[in-house]
Design a binder for this molecule. Structure first.
Ligand code: NAD
Length: 370
């Protein structure tokens, strides 16, 4: 039997509550489908700080590096607002991204028909929306050097951030985009600012060359990132896969997120390069939302983003496409039935807590898998 090693890092706040619902799905898949998931669990964020004085222990980092995939809940909360900067809860997530070399961040923006009214756009613009934003995560202006604030001595200061991209960084992120597109509608839109930025010129050239070299079956379009932002709120359904750099991706993926209604619905994946021998990528799956301290411990958090992150894990780390489709369909069916957590509540719907939502999705998943 295939063994699939999952390392669970539930984290803080609502992280453990949401992860609890994924654990039940894993147990069902092992029992009914012989899925062979072997799970281990560690601490990250504030909970790791309380136990080890670090945002993630070295032992847990080693387990994350050895696993086939990491499932991450959320970190942070007011309790740890004043801990030293280098051990703040977010440092655990940043360390994981860095040490696992997770350069490709995948953020789907899916608008379930049942939630089209919760979007800030007109329902007809977003109903059935299904786009995938691929953001470069380890390069660009957030990491480029020099990165300084200098006192000019005349009452002025000068701040410098540096946008840097090398060819290989653009090649590997565009390859991820083209490969993902092949599993979807086979269309990629690359966004940069080649009209005013040298990094945009190189980005455009490398994406074009990568496409010509290996992925000419995929339809490629280029768009200036500012125009892309406008198009995302004007006619978002025109897109399939969008690929862009770290800075533009940060903003455009948040814009796209809001088209879908609620933070409690949004999954994400971060992938590394394929291993030379096994072809497997290091991967971390996490909901986009944080630890939601305002509702933590009340049993009312929406577990859908966490469950949908696990569906991405099935699809991208284990090639379990049917199972991933069924889990996503289970979420859609439960929403169609009018079952809602508080954050997505609507008139006439049935309000449930975290556990009931998780169980409703599992029941639907079982029916679809039968
Ligand atoms: P947040 O995402 O935790 O919460 C924002 C709002 O959305 C809150 O009102 C919250 O109740 C609601 N919300 C979020 N997820 C929900 C869910 N699944 N179900 C129902 N409602 C949900 O963001 P924040 O309040 O800005 O940050 C809280 C803490 O989380 C901070 O310590 C922050 O640093 C941390 N944070 C962590 C991550 C991460 O772990 N990746 C991401 C963002 C923020």
């Amino acid at each position: 039997m295939t063994t699939r090693n999952l390392f669970l890092l539930p984290g803080d706040g609502i992280g453990p509550e949401a992860m609890g619902e994924v654990r039940k799905i894993i147990a069902y898949m092992n029992e009914a489908m012989n899925a062979g998931f072997v799970t281990d669990e560690g601490l990250v964020g504030g909970s790791a700080y309380d136990a080890h004085g670090a945002a993630i222990s070295e032992a847990d980092m080693q387990k994350a590096l050895a696993a086939d995939a990491v499932l991450f809940g959320a970190v942070g909360g007011p309790k740890w607002d004043d801990v030293p900067y280098e051990v703040r809860p977010e440092a655990g997530l940043l360390r994981l991204r860095k040490d696992l070399e997770l350069f490709a961040n995948l953020r789907p923006a899916i608008c379930y028909p049942a939630l089209a009214n919760a979007s800030s756009l007109k329902p007809e613009l977003v109903e059935g929306l299904d786009i995938l934003i691929i953001r470069e995560l380890t390069g660009g202006v957030y990491f480029g050097e020099p990165k300084t604030i200098t006192d000019l001595g005349n009452g002025q200061k000068r701040a410098i951030d540096t946008q840097v991209y090398d060819t290989y960084e653009i090649e590997r992120i565009s390859a991820v985009a083209f490969e993902m597109a092949r599993t979807r509608q086979n269309r990629v839109c690359s966004m940069e600012k080649r009209n005013v930025m040298k990094s945009g010129v190189l980005w455009n050239q490398v994406v074009t060359a990568t496409h010509k070299d290996k992925y000419s079956d995929v339809k490629l379009e280029h768009m200036l990132a500012d125009a892309g932002g406008m198009q995302l709120v004007r006619a978002p359904k025109q897109f399939d896969v969008i690929v862009t750099d770290n800075l533009f991706g940060d903003m455009l993926s948040d814009v796209a997120a809001m088209l879908t209604g609620s933070l409690g619905m949004l999954p994400s994946a971060s992938l590394g390069a394929p291993d030379g021998k096994t072809g497997k990528r290091k991967a971390l799956y996490e909901p986009v939302h944080g630890s939601a301290p305002d509702i933590a411990g009340q049993g009312i958090a929406n577990p859908i983003a966490m469950i949908a992150s696990f569906a991405m894990c099935l699809r991208y780390s284990f090639g379990m496409v049917t199972e991933a489709d069924n889990l996503e369909k289970a979420i859609a069916n439960v929403l169609d039935k009018g079952i809602r957590t508080a954050d997505i509540m609507a008139d006439g719907a049935k309000k449930v807590g975290t556990v009931e939502m998780g169980e409703a999705i599992l029941t639907e998943f079982k029916a679809l898998s039968a």
